[in-house]
Design a protein around this ligand. Structure first.
Ligand SMILES: [Fe+2]
Ligand SMILES: [Fe+2]
Length: 165
C-alpha cells in the first residue's frame, strides 16, 4: 500500500539506484573483456544477467514512466519542446541500444574470434551506461521535480498509487 505522505516517485528513484549498481558491474566486466580480449564463462554470465535486467527490469520501468508519469505531465505542460518529449525520446534510444546489445551478445556465442563481438558489446554497453546515467539524473533533477510542482495533488496521488508495488 502506498503511504500517502510518500514521494510519488520514490519507487522510480529506488529503481534508478538499483540499476546503477547493476550497470557498474556490467561496466567492470566490459572493461575486463576489452583488456583481455576474452570472454570467460564468468564474463558471459554477467552479460546475460545484464541483458536480463535490461529487458525484464529496465524496459518495464520505462513503460511505467511512459504510461503513468508522462501522460499526466503532458496534459499539464504539453509535449513539444518539453521534458516529456526528451524523456520519451531517450526511452526509444535506449530500447534500440538494448536490441543492439542483445545482437552483439548473440554474435559472441557463435563467433570463432570473440574480438569484434567484444568491441560491439563494449560500444553499445558503454553507450547505454553513460546514456542511462544522464537519463536518470535528468529525471531526478528535472522531470520529477517539475511533476511535483506542476501536477495537482489528485494527479500525484494517482501516480503514487499506480507506481506502488
Ligand atoms: Fe526514464
Ligand atoms: Fe526512470
Amino acid at each position: 500500500m502506498a503511504d500517502p505522505g510518500e514521494d510519488p516517485f520514490s519507487r522510480l528513484l529506488d529503481d534508478h539506484k538499483d540499476f546503477l549498481e547493476k550497470l557498474a558491474e556490467l561496466e567492470a566486466t566490459l572493461d575486463e573483456m576489452v583488456r583481455t580480449r576474452k570472454a570467460t564463462e564468468a564474463n558471459r554470465a554477467v552479460l546475460d544477467e545484464a541483458l536480463r535486467f535490461l529487458e525484464e527490469e529496465l524496459l518495464p520501468h520505462f513503460r511505467l514512466e511512459d504510461e503513468v508519469v508522462l501522460p499526466a505531465l503532458e496534459s499539464r505542460v504539453g509535449r513539444f519542446g518539453s521534458l516529456v518529449n526528451v524523456v520519451a525520446y531517450e526511452h526509444e534510444e535506449i530500447r534500440r541500444e538494448v536490441g543492439k546489445f542483445r545482437e552483439a551478445r548473440a554474435d559472441l556465442t557463435v563467433a570463432r574470434d570473440p574480438g569484434p563481438a567484444i568491441e560491439e558489446l563494449n560500444r553499445h554497453g558503454i553507450f547505454t551506461i553513460q546514456f542511462l546515467w544522464d537519463h536518470f539524473r535528468k529525471e531526478r533533477t528535472s522531470l520529477f521535480p517539475t511533476a511535483r510542482e506542476q501536477l495537482p495533488p489528485e494527479d500525484l496521488s494517482a501516480i503514487r498509487r499506480k507506481l506502488s508495488r
